[in-house]
Design a protein around this ligand. Structure first.
Ligand SMILES: *[C@@H]1O[C@H](CO)[C@@H](O)[C@H](O)[C@H]1NC(C)=O
Ligand SMILES: *[C@@H]1O[C@H](CO)[C@@H](O)[C@H](O)[C@H]1NC(C)=O
Ligand SMILES: *[C@@H]1O[C@H](CO)[C@@H](O)[C@H](O)[C@H]1NC(C)=O
Length: 373
């Protein structure tokens, strides 16, 4: 136990010293402790959310119509959204509610963002819906702009969106809606062999929060070896949370806008040899749950199968195995270390995917405690 606790202590001490000596004022912005609430997998009514653990809850997802690009909100969805927001506002303490716009094909966002008139239709409808249904903000999950030209359109969209948000706030004498976006874990990347870099300057000017999706680094798309899907560190590659978050900071995004995404789910493999079972061990296929299990399911699986649970200090992740089944995931310890890291880097907070995947608020509770005020 001692050997497992020691790194946490060293981490906190080292990173907090770093943050203090570099002159950053800790706590000058209110921490963001947030989570997505996917409506298809929520598993819990809004009233049962422990709001003492969060500052923002994102309702996922609402999609734009493929022709008009206005948000597609039926009467029944409007009732659900309105209830969601008013319920969370009336809880003690209240949390901010955000409509997350996503879950649609990348091409739909690309079409929407491709001209000033389609962008405007989209933007005005998002403001209208957010206000009508009582939300505090809007989030865009465009996964992902596919080319440098689409990155330019993304920049135009954000700048025009910000302008309309400010205008609406002034005209109605209300606080501006919060504007956020979910982005790739690193600021630049190759996907499908096309190099892309996010428009950091436009994002800095236009967004309140930038939510980096620091997960999905390894998964069932590569069954040759097990992996830490949300490794904080990776000595062998740049596919890690520390690399990604630092890439955003180096590119000039203010740390006070950057939020670290955290997974409340793990990824699974079937081992080639049950005796070779560390992170990176040879594998042959996806494992239990067809490659994905929620944290809650992982705890059940480990218990029911008497799985061996280990912690990998190198990547800062937990894993378990039993027979040929192998599961890599974040537990309370890895999450706490990541929260320490985020805070030491001067980041604004964290965002879980997804709220209902936790077990009795266990990880959300430890994360909230770990974020020192
Ligand atoms: C939200 O819906 C629930 C369940 O249908 C209901 O009990 C509650 O009164 C509604 N709350 C609001 C604020 O409309
Ligand atoms: C990681 O990124 C740096 C630049 O940020 C680059 O110099 C280096 O070659 C990359 N390493 C790998 C393994 O891709
Ligand atoms: C569970 O696994 C441990 C070793 O990891 C073993 O000692 C124990 O007997 C197992 N219990 C059951 C019920 O299989």
């Amino acid at each position: 136990m001692v050997s497992l606790r020691l790194p946490h202590f060293l981490f906190s001490f080292f990173f907090l010293s770093l943050a203090m000596t570099s002159g950053r004022v800790l706590g000058s912005h209110m921490a963001v402790k947030s989570a997505y609430y996917p409506d298809w997998a929520s598993g819990l009514p809004p009233l049962s959310i422990d709001t003492s653990l969060f500052t923002h809850i994102y309702y996922a997802f609402v999609q734009p119509d493929g022709v008009t690009f206005e948000l597609d909100v039926s009467d029944s969805l409007a009732t659900i959204l309105s209830n969601f927001s008013s319920t969370l506002h009336s809880k003690n303490p209240p949390v901010k509610t955000i409509i997350s716009i996503g879950g649609a094909a990348s091409s739909l966002f690309s079409n929407m963002a491709s001209s000033a008139s389609t962008r405007k239709n989209f933007i005005l409808s998002t403001l209208d819906i957010a206000r009508k249904l009582g939300f505090d903000g809007l989030d865009l999950d465009w996964e992902f702009p596919r080319s440098p030209a689409e990155m330019d359109n993304f920049a135009s969209l954000l700048e025009e969106w910000r302008a309309e948000v400010q205008k609406e706030a002034q005209e109605t004498n209300r606080s501006p809606l919060v504007l956020t976006a979910a982005v790739y874990f690193s600021v630049d990347f190759f996907l499908s062999n096309i190099y892309r870099i996010y428009p950091v300057e436009s994002m800095s000017k236009s967004l309140d929060l930038v939510n980096a999706m620091c997960y999905n680094y390894h998964g069932s798309w590569d069954t040759s070896a097990t992996g830490a899907q949300a490794a904080l560190f990776d000595p062998n590659s740049n596919i890690s949370t520390s690399y990604g978050l630092n890439s955003w900071v180096k590119a000039g995004l203010q740390q006070s806008k950057l939020v670290m995404g955290l997974p409340l789910y793990g990824r699974t493999w079937t081992l080639k040899d049950p005796k070779v079972n560390s992170v990176g061990a040879p594998a042959v296929s996806a494992g239990p749950g067809n490659g994905v299990l929620t944290y809650n399911q992982i705890l059940n699986y480990n218990r029911e199968h008497n799985a061996t649970v280990k912690f990998d200090i190198t990547t800062v992740s937990a894993y378990s195995y039993g027979g040929t089944a192998w599961i890599g995931y974040d537990d309370t310890r890895s999450t706490t270390l990541k929260v320490d890291y985020a805070q030491a880097l001067g980041l604004r907070g964290y965002l879980f995917w997804a709220l209902s995947y936790d077990h009795e608020w266990r990880i959300a509770t430890e994360a909230s405690r770990a974020w020192l005020l």
